[in-house]
Design a binder for this molecule. Structure first.
Ligand SMILES: *Cc1c(COP(=O)(O)O)cnc(C)c1O
Length: 393
């Protein structure tokens, strides 16, 4: 067709991974088929033995899913991508593909809630142990590494406090100790941050969030090199089957086409809202990497091409004050989800972080007055007006 290697990000987002059929369709088709037919017994045998490439069964080969995998791999700058049924399925597949019983992992402390449950309650049963380190404390990461550590796992920026980890420094640390760095790139997406180019080995995604962008489908992905992802993670998916459906892959492929435009719009709106929130008398503190007094502002500026769509802030009056703001909204969606064109508001201390003890919450900086907003694409004036109702109450 054409030399895709030279294409830039926006072109890859629109054009990469297309396998046009004999029908000449312009938009990517959906292959809703579980299996494939072979021209002969010999062809079937060659496919199954791996001698000839081609589709076999949609648990591990589907053209619509492949189009999404190829496009996302190109955008992250990875050789291979494995699409999964959800973000959690991506994290599970990466962990099982990369580690075995007796291995150890170090993770940043402030990762997604279900990720912690997966590590603590399920990977431990398979003999894989996890230690935790504060996201920004490199010395603590170093101290947590043991002789059997195989993986460093980090989610940056963190949720809900938007702390930023130094991906290049963590990649160096990992490689000094013969470990792999896995980055959950859900909050930034490759449109704002490309961890593989900073030295990370594997990127995991919840495609459910910004890659879809309109809150419709669950999905995930693992991206990395041809051996680790193309063979080790793919081998697990092929056998265990936490597979992405063709319909969802189609939605995500179309989502990638507008991903950078949306991420820039989400970021611009969040930045403007963060600045406005700082001027509100009822707001004690605003957490957003785009603000000059954010502790990792300089790092975020270097590592990301924009600051993302998620921010959090502390209102005076503790839980009562925070709940008043939430309950006074008429437009914002009260939900812990994020990465949608619709803005969402959540009270972390009583929802996503409600299972932590009050001491553990305090230690991770989740105060009772903290609110998180994933800023959508509504008019910013309407978002401000919706919050002002609660601020004035
Ligand atoms: C939502 C989320 C996940 C899990 O993804 P699902 O698609 O819900 O399984 C993992 N990591 C982060 C950062 C998330 O926000």
């Amino acid at each position: 067709m054409h030399d895709q290697d030279d294409f830039k990000f926006d072109t890859l987002a629109v054009r990469h991974g297309i396998q046009r059929t004999h029908e000449g369709e312009h938009s990517e088709p959906i292959f809703a088929t579980s299996s494939y037919v072979f021209a002969s017994a010999a062809e079937a045998a060659a496919r199954f033995s791996g001698e000839s490439p081609g589709n076999i069964y949609s648990r591990f080969t589907n053209p619509t899913v492949r189009a999404f995998e190829q496009r996302l791999a190109a955008l992250e700058g990875g050789e291979a991508c494995v699409a999964t049924a959800s973000g959690m399925a991506a994290i599970l597949s990466a962990c099982v593909g990369l580690m075995k019983a007796g291995d150890h992992m170090v993770s940043s402390r402030s990762v997604f809630g279900s990720t912690v449950v997966l590590f603590n309650n399920y990977l431990t049963r398979m003999g894989i142990a996890t230690s935790y380190a504060p996201l920004t404390d490199l010395a603590a990461w170093r101290a947590a590494i043991k002789s059997n550590t195989r993986v460093l796992f980090v989610e940056t920026p963190s949720n809900p406090l938007t702390e930023v980890a130094d991906i290049a420094a963590l990649a160096d640390l990992a490689h000094q100790h013969d470990c792999l760095l896995v980055v959950d790139n859900c909050f930034c997406t490759p449109a704002l941050q490309q961890p593989l180019k900073l030295g990370a080995d594997v990127v995991v995604h919840s495609a459910t969030k910004y890659i879809d962008g309109q809150g419709r489908c669950l999905g995930g992905a693992v991206v990395g090199n041809a051996q680790i992802v193309g063979k080790d993670v793919y081998g697990f998916l092929r056998t265990a089957g936490p597979t992405m459906s063709p319909f969802n892959a189609w939605v995500f492929t179309k989502g990638l086409e507008t991903l950078r435009l949306r991420m820039l719009a989400h970021s611009a709106a969040a930045h403007a809202l963060a600045q406005w929130l700082r001027e509100q008398p009822v707001v004690a503190k605003v957490h957003y990497p785009g603000l000059p007094d954010h502790p990792q502002h300089a790092l975020a500026k270097k590592q990301q091409s924009a600051f993302g769509g998620v921010l959090s802030f502390e209102v005076r009056g503790g839980k009562e004050g925070a709940w008043k703001v939430v309950d006074s909204t008429r437009m914002l969606s009260i939900t812990a989800n994020l990465g949608d064109v619709k803005s969402t508001i959540t009270h972390p201390a009583s929802t996503t972080h409600g299972r932590l003890t009050p001491e553990a919450r305090l230690e991770s900086g989740i105060s009772d007055g903290l609110l998180r907003i994933a800023v959508g694409l509504e008019d910013i004036d309407d978002i401000k007006a919706d919050l002002l109702r609660g601020f004035n109450a």
